[in-house]
Structure formats: C-alpha cells, structure tokens
Design a protein. Structure first.
Length: 238
C-alpha cells in the first residue's frame, strides 16, 4: 500500500528543505559483528539513496550531517575511513548532473587534497538549483562564533539576526523545515543550532544504513500532520 502511495509522490512548497542527522552506522555494524567502518560504508550508500529519493519527491534542498567538529574525538582509523568515503563520493558526484553541492563547515583543517576537491565540486555545480549541503567538520556553535567574528572584523559594532543568518555557512538557502534523526537519539548534537529555530523534528529508531525510501516517506507524512504556528495562531483555530 505504502509503495503505491509513494509512486510519483511529490511534496509541495511547504517542504523545501529537509535535513538529516545520519546516526547509527556504528550500531548497525556492531549488530552484525562487523567493524564500525563497514557501518559507515553502508551509511554512505543510504546517504546516496536518500539524496536520490529526496530529489524524486521534489525536495529542493537537502542537508546531511556527515562529520561533526566533535567527531575528531573518534579513533584515527575511523576518521580516516570517513575522509576516504567522502573522497570517493566526491569523484562520483560529478556524474550527478543537476545538484549544487555545498560543503558546510570548516574546511581549513582538512587535508589540502580533500579541501581542493570539495571546492572544485562546489564550483563545478554552482549553476544548479537543487541544493545538497554536506555538513562536514561542522559545528553549530563554531558556525555562529565564526559569523560573529567575520562581522566584527568587517567593522560591525552591533549585529542583527539578518547579519548573523547571512554570515552562516547556510546563507545560500532557507532554514530546514524538517530535521530527521535516526538511531533512537533525540538530541541536536550541535547541528544547525541557529537554523533549527522553527524546524519540525522527526526521530526514528531505524539505524541510518537501513533508512530507505519508505522511511523517508513516513517522515514526510509525519511532517505534513504538524501544525507550524511560528509563534502565531492558525486561521480557524483562534
Ligand atoms: C553516524 O553514525 C556517523 C557519524 C557520526 C560520522 P555513528 O558512527 O555515530 O553511529 P553510532 O551512533 O555509533 O551507532
Ligand atoms: C552526530 O552524531 C554527528 C553526525 C551524524 C555526523 P554523533 O553520533 O556524533 O552524535 P552523539 O555523539 O551521539 O551526540
Ligand atoms: Mg552516533
């Protein structure tokens, strides 16, 4: 039944931007007595599928949390495996013809080779309208501090909300309408702290490598049941 409903399904303009905290790769691997890095490999596959599925459903902006500023505390071999997965993904990304890639986060501490590949991909795709933000070495607090410091060094003595928004890594797109977190965790883990002010949240027990089109569809249906008030009242409910 759900498969029939999903066929040719399209979102409307109430859902422009969806963001994912892709969590649970390690637990997925552990449940199969596999090394954590295998979980990341299957997580990368789920990520590619999800991007494709969002695109099919007509969602214009997708953001994924791939590596946080706190993830540097993981074992060296796990960090290297994640960097390698990103490297391989970037090579294949050129095959996708209609997505604008934006890496949100601090590139400056990454290897020169990876940084150059990220920048080249961003430049090569900046003409496309559908946006895929990949949050890599991303931290929400660092992002806000960085925006403030940029404003201070350009001579600002006070700042507005608009000033901060326009100096975040995500200044090219609207705030997320829906944030999905997998793996049974109900926290934000330093993701899009400023931008999530009025986002809807969807939490699921599904581990990220198992997150498929059906799960995405379920998250979207849950979103459409929400009443977004933005602090106001909804017509007819006063
Ligand atoms: C998410 O999966 C991927 C990253 C944080 C890079 P985890 O690696 O956090 O998986 P769990 O939470 O240990 O299961
Ligand atoms: C959040 O997941 C970061 C990413 C998905 C990249 P974590 O697994 O790092 O978050 P915590 O440590 O459980 O809060
Ligand atoms: Mg985790």
């Amino acid at each position: 039944m759900i498969f029939n409903k999903m066929k040719n399904y399209k979102v409307d303009n109430r859902l422009k931007h969806i963001a994912f905290i892709m969590d649970g790769n390690g637990r997925w691997a552990k449940a199969r007595s596999l090394p954590r890095n295998v979980g990341h490999k299957y997580g990368a596959k789920a990520f590619e599928e999800t991007v494709k599925n969002c695109h099919e459903f007509g969602i214009k902006i997708v953001t994924v949390y791939a590596f946080s500023t706190e993830n540097w505390s993981r074992p060296k071999n796990e960090i290297e495996a994640i960097m390698e997965l990103l490297d391989t993904y970037i090579e294949r990304a050129y095959e996708q013809k209609d997505i604008r890639y934006v890496f949100v986060g601090d590139k400056s501490v990454l290897s020169e080779d990876l940084r150059n590949k990220m920048i080249s991909l961003e430049k090569a795709t900046d003409k496309y309208d559908n946006i895929l933000n990949i949050a890599f070495n991303y931290g929400g607090r660092a992002e806000i501090v960085n925006a403030c410091n940029t404003l201070i060094s350009s001579g600002a003595s006070s700042v507005s909300e608009e000033d901060i928004s326009s100096h975040l890594y995500t200044s090219h797109c609207s705030d997320p309408d829906l944030i999905v977190r997998t793996a049974n965790e109900q926290r934000i883990s330093n993701f899009l702290l400023w931008q999530c002010a009025y986002s809807e949240f969807y939490f699921t027990n599904i581990l990220w490598p198992d997150f498929d089109k059906k799960e995405l569809y379920k998250a979207i249906q849950s979103y459409y049941k929400r009443k977004r008030r933005f602090g106001g009242l909804i017509k007819g409910e006063e």
